[in-house]
Write a protein that binds this ligand. Structure first.
Ligand code: PNS
Length: 167
């Protein structure tokens, strides 16, 4: 019997990783055999963390998440998400939806990705309600202004943000 691996990618900026992202990884793990967390190397943006730092943090935090039998890999990519998905033989792109406001942008991306690569489907998962307002951008903003973000980002990520700011 030939068994095929059901592989998905979970693309994003992950600058930085939040508990919202981890929630989506956990929720998608029963659906797939492998998930590649794909960190976009976006030269236009001015990220807080380099792509290498983001990949390293994700790899360090992942063992704390129960993903059962599903293998989680971490990789970075440049260019189109659809091309990366095809290159790693993924059949699905996972994206988290926090609120209705995310839907319009996500729908446009999903339809464009489907046009670019019709064999790859986008799978939307609803983030846990407790993370419905959590975004990397908001976390950075609140943290930089001295607000509390405990429970919304992993402790390791918070420590690395503190190190960055103290430099
Ligand atoms: O975490 P983010 O910033 O919401 O992730 C957005 C991301 C990386 C998924 C999106 O910007 C993307 O796919 N960029 C790669 C370039 C691309 O494929 N653009 C066309 C998408 S329709």
């Amino acid at each position: 019997m030939i068994t095929t691996v059901k592989r998905a990618i979970f693309p994003g900026s992950f600058d930085p990783l939040t508990h919202g992202h981890l929630d989506i990884i956990k929720r998608s793990s029963p659906i797939f055999d492998e998930i590649v967390v794909a960190v976009l190397n976006n030269a236009d943006k001015h990220p807080m963390f380099s792509v290498e730092e983001r990949c390293e943090m994700i790899s360090e935090v992942l063992p704390t998440v129960d993903t059962g039998e599903c293998r989680i890999l971490v990789d970075s990519f440049s260019g189109l998400t659809a091309d990366f998905a095809k290159r790693v033989n993924a059949t699905a792109i996972v994206r988290g939806i926090r609120a209705v406001s995310d839907y319009e942008y996500e729908l446009r991306m999903a339809l464009m990705n489907r046009r670019l690569e019709p064999s790859i489907e986008t799978v939307f998962l609803m983030a846990g309600e407790e993370y419905s307002y959590v975004s990397s951008t908001l976390m950075k903003q609140v943290f930089e202004l001295g607000g509390r973000v405990e429970g919304l980002i992993p402790e390791l990520v918070e420590a690395r943000m503190r190190e960055k700011l103290s430099r």
